[in-house]
Design a protein around this ligand. Structure first.
Ligand code: GLY
Length: 579
């Protein structure tokens, strides 16, 4: 019997080549540095750095390439937060380009017959789609801090989209999870499925529509996205989603003016101190910066240096629980609600709340009263609903630095893996479902309103010591972003791990729930470390993996080390300039 093995052998050889060529997850050197989850994206950033671009330029080039190679986590159909340390200004600033709710929005949009809809029913619809912020965010960052233009910076991504690349396990895994969602939409089915199934590992994947979208942005700037034919196509896709035969979905009512009027916000970051470090994070509408600072303030009231690893990890979990109790109750878009930022960040408030942290794991905590620690304690807000809403655990994060000393920590997203599932027909990118990050039940500070930005957990973080960048870290993962970044800080600062060890240590996530999430991929369940925490009363729940962190550390000897994941999300790529 004669069998044609050629396709299988070719696929196997391609698969092997893909793995043999895998780039390093940790690199050190003297030049600019980059860490992302995508080899092509890290290469794009390195190429821009080698061409003389700075970290902001390289971050945009990497982000655009991630939109091609990691399209289920991020892209021009979404939004994000870019934290920048500008060496020239010696300042950290943030560029908020979070998606906004369109003008037609009200809390009623997420209700049917007066009852709040289920989160998973809202995700794959037109009503989950927020006005995308990514392209204007890139433009704002480049106008203020960059040195190159879109034509130069989108070129590497256009090449990857046009030439194509070989699909790896991660791409296949995520599109397999999304088969049901993508099957609802003809444009997504055509791009990401074959006969209703995910494209197999080893497929040569091209996205010429996205290459053309990038070309239009390169030629016309952000206005080409927000006012031209692309804007019309986005509005049509939201309001009349391209459904497959027999599928019905809820339609949005986005207007062209929603896109035309979209604005980026340049915001002061959240600043806190921790054991001699200055920690900068993202302000509202992200809850990340506040929650991390608050948990660090709680931990700072303890002398962790004399404690065992289990005792430190126990207190980390308890601090996270208390920070989440307040985060869930108080944090939302500060342009719409009076977030008690000063109170939440107060060291005196932390001292009071730390009295709740005992030697054993506690049960679910109620929010505290940060208003007593505000400059104006008369602010009367007392939210009633302090539960953790449902969020996806996806998104992406990248880190870039350059020889001038600039640092970029950039987290951006389309929310769920595959966002709303709606690919804009002919444009090659997925639209977000970011509006499901709102709370669906009013009253709550994070309830959906017109022009409001849903609360995020994204936590791009830059840490300074003696006024200079010490390291930067960030991660995807929905609300587990906060715990991933917090735990990495504790691992590095308190447990003395190198940044690669801190990133690669098993993660545990406590968000004021009944259980603490731990990772099977890292073989944490059943380990001595797990048993030690269980002995302290922590109840563990298992998930495959948590987050996909990327960071850079600036070493005392003048070198930099770029750090990506060595196991999670299919191994990341960390590169440092050699020339
Ligand atoms: N959608 C994820 C976040 O904003 O945190």
């Amino acid at each position: 019997m004669k069998m044609d093995l050629a396709p299988a052998v070719t696929a196997a050889l391609l698969f092997t080549a893909f793995h043999l060529q895998a780039a390093p997850a940790v690199s050190s050197g003297h030049g600019g540095a980059v860490a992302t989850v995508s080899e092509q994206a890290s290469q794009a950033a390195l190429q821009i750095l080698d061409q003389g671009g700075n970290a902001i330029d390289a971050a945009v080039a990497a982000a655009a390439t991630l939109g091609v190679t990691d399209p289920f986590s991020c892209g021009v159909g979404g939004g994000g937060f870019m934290l920048i340390y500008s060496a020239a200004d010696d300042k950290v600033i943030s560029i908020d380009h979070r998606e906004t709710a369109p003008a037609y929005f009200s809390p009623e949009v997420f209700k049917q017959d007066g009852v709040a809809m289920e989160w998973q029913d809202v995700v794959p619809t037109g009503i989950s789609v927020g006005v995308p912020g990514t392209v204007l965010g890139w433009q704002e960052a480049l106008t203020r801090y960059g040195t190159m233009n879109f034509e130069q910076l989108l070129a590497p991504a256009i090449k990857v989209a046009e030439d194509g690349f070989m699909l790896g396990e991660n791409f296949n895994r995520i599109s397999t999870i999304n088969e049901g969602k993508f099957s609802r939409f003809s444009s997504a089915s055509q791009l990401y499925l074959k006969d209703g199934k995910a494209l197999p590992v080893g497929t040569h994947f091209r996205n010429p529509d996205l290459a053309n979208t990038y070309r239009e942005i390169a030629a016309g700037g952000a206005r080409a996205f927000y006012e031209g034919d692309i804007a019309k196509d986005i509005v049509a896709a939201v309001n009349q989603p391209p459904v497959t035969s027999g599928t019905r979905v809820l339609t949005g009512s986005m207007a062209l003016s929603d896109l035309k009027d979209y604005e980026v916000r340049v915001r002061q970051p959240i600043h806190s101190t921790y054991r001699g470090f200055d920690v900068y994070g993202m302000a509202p509408p992200s809850s990340g910066g506040i929650a991390i600072a608050q948990a660090l303030n709680l931990l700072e009231t303890f002398d962790l240096s004399t404690m065992s690893r289990a005792e430190v990890e126990h207190l980390y979990l308890e601090a996270s629980r208390l920070a989440f109790a307040d985060r869930n109750a108080y944090v939302a878009d500060s342009e719409f609600t009076d977030v008690p930022v000063a109170g939440l960040l107060s060291k005196d408030y932390a001292k009071e709340r730390a009295k709740l942290m005992g030697e054993k794991a506690s049960a679910k905590r109620e929010p505290g009263d940060p208003f007593l620690y505000q400059d104006d304690p008369s602010v009367p807000l007392r939210p009633s609903n302090a539960t953790l809403g449902q969020e996806s655990t996806h998104t992406t994060h990248l880190a870039v630095s350059d020889r001038e000393g600039n640092v970029v920590a950039y987290t951006f997203t389309i929310e769920d893996w595959g966002g709303s599932g709606i690919v804009v027909p002919g444009r090659g990118f997925l639209l977000n479902n970011e509006l499901t990050d709102f709370d669906f039940s009013a009253p709550h500070p994070n309830v959906a309103e017109a022009y409001k930005r849903p609360r995020s957990s994204m936590s791009p973080t830059i840490v300074l010591q003696d006024g200079k960048p010490a390291f930067t870290i960030g991660s995807p993962g929905g609300s587990t972003i906060i715990t991933t970044v917090l735990q990495t800080l504790v691992n590095h600062i308190d447990l003395g791990m190198s940044l690669p060890d801190a990133v690669n240590a098993p993660r545990m996530s406590q968000r004021n729930g009944d259980t603490t999430l731990v990772e099977t991929l890292l073989e944490f369940p059943g380990s001595d470390q797990a048993s030690a925490l269980e002995a302290l009363g922590h109840r563990l729940a298992e998930t495959d993996q948590i987050g996909a962190a990327n960071g850079i550390i600036f070493n005392d000897d003048g070198t930099v080390t770029a750090v990506s994941e060595s196991k999670r999300h299919g191994v990341g790529t960390a590169l440092v300039q050699q020339q």
